[in-house]
Design a protein around this ligand. Structure first.
Ligand SMILES: NC(=O)c1ccc[n+]([C@@H]2O[C@H](COP(=O)([O-])OP(=O)(O)OC[C@H]3O[C@@H](n4cnc5c(N)ncnc54)[C@H](OP(=O)(O)O)[C@@H]3O)[C@@H](O)[C@H]2O)c1
Length: 350
């Protein structure tokens, strides 16, 4: 079957280069255009500074950067665009591309809270994808959550049946979450910064939207209370989150553990090329998960970094506590977007 022609917008950044890696030999998508800032126009991808293990994929090294011009993308018959642009740039480009019939799978925050734009995490809310039919453009915009929100909401999947009332979380977020070049070394080296601009409000509002129900064509946010502290630490990749949840019910620790261990993805997601065979990994080891060892989990090879990891589980009466880890660049960004596009492909929405 003919592959869908796609573009990566922001292809030089830490998220953009993870898109490149995930698009090598992709069974549904064919990379046909790349864009970044104007200074790249006319250069080849191999001139970009490497941000991923293994470097710029050889298969794409000679692709030439196009200007961020929707007309050029249309001329190149681009059907979908993976966006790793800063939010202010994405705001114009993504809407303009959707007006020209391009389907956008975006990591940027510009449109996440629009009522007809899903924040899609297929394992949780694959049904929300249908809301794109309400967008008044021939193309559409689908977003990913903020990278910390993704890790948190994925970890809630097995907990949802116990009834969530309130949660208090503290994140320990890697420096790659700030992109390249990111924070000045003198700010973060040997340091912990207890504030990340806009992160805590995003975590609250995105979590309840993602876990909301889809009723009569609208997303109704979950009515949970969410309290967050988001903290920058000097790890490179992987956001660790300490989670404290108040439930409606009083399960035993064994019941919660079994719900985590036996969690399986919904059939809508299972078997998609970038979906991990086991979405949630669990350990009883008291010192796991750790970003250094656990950030690239997920099988098959294409899904490395797409699984999340839960450890340190404690259950007392109606309170659950655990620590969870997710890969901010893969599950929390590029891999999440590719999985969203694969779901759209499976649902006949491309
Ligand atoms: N890092 C994460 O963990 C993470 C997770 C989830 C979502 N996100 C979101 O994903 C997006 C990309 O993040 P990132 O961490 O990959 O950032 P990054 O490393 O700073 O990369 C930004 C990309 O955007 C391009 N760009 C910057 N200004 C531009 C302009 N005016 N016109 C066209 N292209 C421009 C850059 O191109 P040049 O190299 O040519 O400047 C680069 O390719 C952001 O919206 C971010 O909030 C990031």
């Amino acid at each position: 079957m003919e592959k869908v022609r796609c573009a990566v917008l922001g292809a030089t950044g830490v998220v953009g280069q993870n898109f490149l890696r995930l698009l090598v030999d992709h069974p549904y998508f064919e990379l046909a255009a790349i864009c970044a800032s104007d200074m790249r126009i006319g250069q080849s991808l191999k001139s970009a500074k490497e941000q991923i293990d293994g470097g710029i994929p050889k298969a794409f090294a000679d692709i030439i950067f196009d200007p961020i011009d929707v007309g050029v993308l249309v001329d190149k018959k681009i059907k979908i665009a993976f966006s790793a642009l800063p939010a202010d740039v994405a705001k114009n480009v993504e809407k303009e591309a959707a007006k020209q019939g391009i389907k956008i799978f975006s990591n940027a925050g510009a449109y996440r809270m629009d009522k007809d734009v899903p924040i899609l995490i297929p394992e949780i809310n694959h049904a929300h994808l249908d809301i794109v039919k309400q967008q008044d453009t021939p193309g559409y915009i689908v977003t990913n959550a903020n990278c910390t929100t993704t890790g948190l909401t994925m970890a809630l999947l097995p907990i949802l049946p116990f009834g969530i009332r309130k949660m208090v979380v503290a994140s320990y977020q890697a420096i790659s979450g700030a992109g390249y070049p990111g924070l000045p070394a003198l700010d973060i080296f040997g340091n912990v910064i207890p504030y990340i601009q806009n992160e805590e409000p995003k975590l609250r509002r995105e979590t309840t939207k993602i876990c909301g129900t889809f009723q009569n064509g609208a997303i109704v946010p979950a009515d949970w209370e969410v309290y967050a502290h988001c903290i920058r630490v000097q790890t490179v990749i992987g956001h660790l989150i300490s989670v404290h949840i108040e439930l409606d019910s009083q399960p035993t620790r064994e019941e919660v553990k079994q719900a985590i261990v036996n969690y399986t993805s919904p059939p809508e997601v299972a078997g998609l090329p970038t979906a991990p065979e086991q979405t949630i990994l669990f350990s009883e080891e008291p010192d796991r998960p750790q970003p250094r060892y656990d950030v690239l989990l997920g099988a098959p090879e294409r899904a490395r970094g797409m699984a999340i990891f839960i450890g340190r589980l404690e259950v007392e009466r109606n309170i659950i506590r655990f620590v969870t880890l997710s890969n901010n660049l893969v599950r929390g960004a590029a891999g999440g977007s590719v999985l969203n596009a694969e779901l759209a492909y499976r649902k006949g929405l491309l």
